[in-house]
Design a protein around this ligand. Structure first.
Ligand code: ATP
Ligand code: MG
Ligand code: MG
Length: 548
């Protein structure tokens, strides 16, 4: 078999393991529990867990929960569910908030080393002294407080003596550094807010840069993988670890996933949810893992997608149609073929006198074992798609039209003899005769027809609601457009067909079943289904029909 070339992170890991730099590979996936995970997170999950699957060692799940205001237990639970659904198991379930005591003592250590100070300047004053990328900043008037005074005020900050914003703790690094993040970054702030795990124990919280690397280090993470926005944070990451003399985790950056026709930040997705522009985090149009799951994506298809897009060092934009390609490939092999009529019109077979009969359908010609068979009831009254009949046929029309013949899938050849219209001129019934010798699998009629259409027997059919989805945004890059990204929502992203008819076999569908509705696409049952009303989502069309 062909050997796949390594991505640049795999190369680094292989080198580090071969050189003996580390004995055991330890990675982590560090979501902030401030929303549901999306397909971009799936990429990071596949990368982090994939590395330890390949090279041994283990991956921790660490909730990066240092910001009490936006974090919720609901999100913790959904994030765990989504990672498990993708097929990965973490070694330890950890929370940055579990390290609050340790992080506090790290801050004290920095103060004692003369490497951190309490500042009481306002945000504006701090900004004014920060300098610009080309000009050095200036020292804060509080930069040279004594260690004792710093320790005293920092303790009182922790004890809740001050209001939000009264003081901050800053690392004392270099106000002239070309890296703006090294110009005495804020490491602790006062925030009187209840935390989803620590409650009201703390009223000071560490900033991301003072929590992330140290948490990595506490867990002996060898390779801390993050997205490119953090390149400039690496210097600070290393500085804290060096000054604190703790385990030397190393940060590596890769290009985040950007996908066309959607947005991918939890903050923006939250806006769509809060403003009821979608039905929830798991709306099948959302790029969230829960949305993709509800839409009918399989874990395998999402992993395959992440594999195909690869790990790059430069930003890029991936076509949503690649994600659709991956699910189509998977379902083509795994989904049973069934019949459903989405926009029904009645077809009556005038010479069919048997009443009903049971036909046998092969479930999946693409499956290695044919996928087994099922019984499909047939009768003299069927539903077919309205679009499969043309009163005045177009050129090369191989479906039904007055006088034309077509094969009914798994059944017989029928010939259109007549049709009925209502007072508005809409066709309401099509009358056909059938050729008894033309039964599928046993056709002795000698008649060749070019078209095959699907159908369901009217007396056996179950009704269903069908939901068809299109791109959530009509712009390929809603984030890059002028104005609010929400102005670029696609008003036609959801089409509901309330009166579809489905084969009776589909009443056995459960939320894990996937189907190909012959000629119509791949579908799955939606959680809104009740015993009285089944609801199906179209996962993806059979072919890439997206208009550009
Ligand atoms: P968001 O803005 O969507 O909330 P985030 O980076 O703030 O993204 P986190 O919960 O902090 O979200 O992310 C957890 C991990 O997932 C991080 O390591 C982050 O780098 C990674 N990640 C987030 N978005 C993407 C993306 N689009 N592509 C690849 N990895 C991502
Ligand atoms: Mg983050
Ligand atoms: Mg974020």
């Amino acid at each position: 078999s062909e050997e796949k070339s390594l991505n640049f992170i795999e190369e680094i890991v292989e080198n580090d393991l071969n050189s003996g730099k580390y004995e055991t590979l330890v990675t982590r996936f560090p979501p902030e529990p401030n929303g549901y995970l999306h397909i971009g997170h799936a990429k990071a999950i596949c990368l982090n867990f994939g590395l330890t699957q390949k090279y041994g060692g283990y991956t921790n799940l660490r909730f990066d929960d240092t910001n009490p205001v936006t974090e919720k237990t609901e999100y913790v639970n959904s994030q765990q569910e989504d990672i498990k659904w993708l097929g990965f198991n973490w070694k330890n379930e950890l929370y940055a908030s579990d390290y609050f005591d340790e992080l506090y003592s790290f801050a004290v250590k920095l103060i004692e080393k003369g490497l951190a100070y309490v500042d009481e300047s306002s945000a504006d004053e701090i900004a004014a002294l920060k300098g610009t990328p080309t000009e050095p900043g200036q020292d804060s008037p509080y930069r040279n407080r004594s260690v004792e005074e710093n320790l005293n005020i920092f303790t009182r900050m922790k004890n809740g003596e001050f209001a939000d914003g009264a003081y901050i703790l800053r690392a004392k690094i270099d106000m002239a550094s070309p890296n703006m993040l090294m110009r005495d970054p804020i490491i602790y702030r006062i925030k009187h807010a209840e935390h989803h795990r620590t409650g009201n124990k703390w009223c000071i919280y560490p900033m991301y840069d003072f929590a992330h690397g140290q948490s990595d280090s506490i867990e002996n993470i060898t390779h801390s993988i993050c997205t490119l926005e953090y390149v400039s944070h690496r210097e600070l990451y290393d500085w804290f670890i060096e000054q604190l003399e703790i385990f030397p985790s190393k940060q590596y950056e890769f290009a985040r996933l950007n996908l066309t026709s959607t947005v991918m930040s939890k903050r923006k997705l939250l806006q769509l949810v809060n403003e009821n522009l979608v039905s929830g985090w798991d709306d099948p149009r959302m790029p969230t893992i829960s949305g993709l799951r509800r839409r009918g994506f399989t874990p395998k298809s999402v992993r395959e997608f992440c594999e195909r897009i690869g790990i790059a060092k430069r930003e890029n934009l991936i076509e949503l149609s690649l994600l659709e390609f991956c699910i189509r490939e998977d379902l083509n092999k795994s989904a049973n073929r069934v019949m459903a009529v989405l926009d029904p019109i009645k077809l009556i077979i005038t010479n069919y006198e048997k009443g009903t009969e049971d036909l046998i359908g092969e479930n999946n010609p693409e499956a290695e074992d044919g996928g087994g068979t099922r019984v499909i009831p047939f009768s003299n009254e069927l539903w077919i798609e309205r679009e499969d009949f043309m009163e005045v046929p177009a050129k090369k029309w191989f479906r039904l039209a007055p006088g034309a013949m077509v094969r009914l899938k798994f059944a017989y050849i029928v010939k259109c003899e007549d049709f009925v219209k209502d007072e508005n001129g809409n066709v309401t019934e099509i009358h056909c005769t059938y050729i008894p010798e033309s039964k599928s699998g046993n056709d002795t009629s000698g008649i060749n027809v070019k078209g095959t259409i699907h159908w369901v027997s009217a007396q056996h059919a179950k009704t269903a609601e069908i939901r068809l989805y299109d791109r959530l945004f009509s712009s390929e890059t809603p984030d890059a457009e002028e104005g609010d990204f929400k102005d670029y929502l696609n008003p036609e992203s959801l089409t509901i067909l309330p009166n579809a008819y489905i084969e009776p076999a589909l009443t056995d569908a459960d939320l894990d079943s996937r189907y190909q509705f012959i000629r119509k696409g791949y579908f799955c049952l939606d959680k809104d289904s009740t015993t009285d009303k089944l609801v199906f989502n179209r996962t993806v069309t059979l072919k890439d029909t997206f208009k550009k």
